[in-house]
Design a protein around this ligand. Structure first.
Ligand code: ADP
Ligand code: MG
Length: 323
């Protein structure tokens, strides 16, 4: 029923940034090398995500919007990984239960694209249209039919801020994908997709920050880390400039923050925080990235080992740099 769909939708679509997250992840899953995200009014009235990925085959389009429809689970081997990877087949169905959706998509093998619209949970259009290869999804009037949820949203500026944070994390987590982010038709940032993390940092945070960081790389029994550390002179009043990506996902982690800060201990005053953009690759047996798919949490099988690894390697890098 519609009510049940709307309740289910609430679990996936809490606010505009959840829509953006799901759509951008789909674009990345589809092998896109370029993703553009445009929002208006903090995403409440307008969210458009355009990618140059695989596109959706005409015969699969309606199915993609059904609940629990995912094309991403192939063998039995994958079943246990459904939740951990966030392949639940719930995003598109949830989004169209609480908004007006227009999809335009074309696969490489298809000469013509398809436009598919769902309004008020009813199919409003399914027709051929000229389109570039890839997929564009436009989401309008989010929560038009769930006023309680709409009321719970913060101001457009705040909601737009959450989306901006998310887009920064996405761009930093995938330097190999070109991201463009626009708010009310103004480009906030654009990355080239060259694969160079420093370039992404430069594009998002500017020159002042980019020139205060130095490369950092280390690995040790099952862990590897690569990225940039801030010079100890450039201290921060909070943890907002500590960025961690575990197996290409942005996450927040006390263990990683503490390990990093402990590595800086000799150089920083109390209540000051370092800057870091660190990509960690950790064996999947040692880490559970999705305690909840929509949260940015991570669970390590051995916290102590992770802490020690980071502390030691950061300490060493800072020490070597002084030599
Ligand atoms: P999930 O990502 O968990 O599979 P979704 O509801 O997010 O579920 O998407 C449903 C399906 O729609 C995907 O499995 C995929 O086949 C297709 N799809 C969604 N977005 C895109 C996209 N941008 N490009 C290609 N296919 C897509
Ligand atoms: Mg998805």
């Amino acid at each position: 029923s519609k009510t049940i769909d709307q309740i289910a939708a609430g679990e996936v679509v809490e606010r505009p940034s959840s829509v953006v997250k799901e759509l951008v992840e789909n674009a990345c899953d589809a092998g896109a090398t370029a993703v553009t995200v445009e929002i208006k009014d903090g995403g409440t009235s307008f969210i458009r995500v355009t990618d140059n990925g695989s596109g959706i085959e005409t015969a699969q389009i309606r199915k993609a919007f059904l609940r629990h429809a995912t094309s991403k689970i192939r063998g039995v081997e994958d079943l246990s990984r459904i939740h951990s990877l966030g392949f639940r087949g719930e995003a598109l169905s949830s989004i169209c239960a609480v908004s007006m959706v227009e999809l335009i998509t074309r696969t490489k093998d298809s000469l013509v694209g398809v436009r598919y619209c769902i309004e008020g949970e009813r199919e409003a259009d399914f027709s051929e249209i000229g389109a570039p290869e890839g997929t564009t999804i436009l989401v309008r009037d989010l929560f038009y039919n769930t006023p309680a949820r709409k009321k719970f949203l913060k101001t457009p500026a705040t909601e737009g801020g959450y989306i901006a944070d998310l887009m920064e994390h996405m761009a930093l987590s995938r330097p190999d994908i070109s991201f463009t982010f626009q708010i009310n038709r103004q480009t906030r940032f654009s990355t080239s997709g060259s694969g160079d993390l420093k370039e992404v940092i430069y594009r998002i945070y500017g020159r002042e920050i980019a020139k205060e960081i130095f490369p950092f790389e280390a690995s040790d029994n099952g862990f590897s880390v690569k990225g940039f550390l801030g010079s100890p002179q450039l201290v921060r009043p909070n943890r907002n400039f500590e960025f961690f990506f575990v197996n290409n996902r942005y996450i927040k982690s006390q263990v990683l923050s503490k390990g990093l800060e402990s590595g800086y201990q000799a150089y920083l005053m109390q209540h000051k925080f370092p800057m870091a953009y660190l990509h960690l690759q950790i064996d999947t047996e040692q880490v559970d990235v999705n305690v909840h798919p929509s949260k940015m949490e991570v669970r390590f099988s051995d916290n102590r080992r992770v802490f020690d690894f980071l502390e030691e390697q950061v300490q060493k890098a800072l020490h070597d740099r002084e030599m």
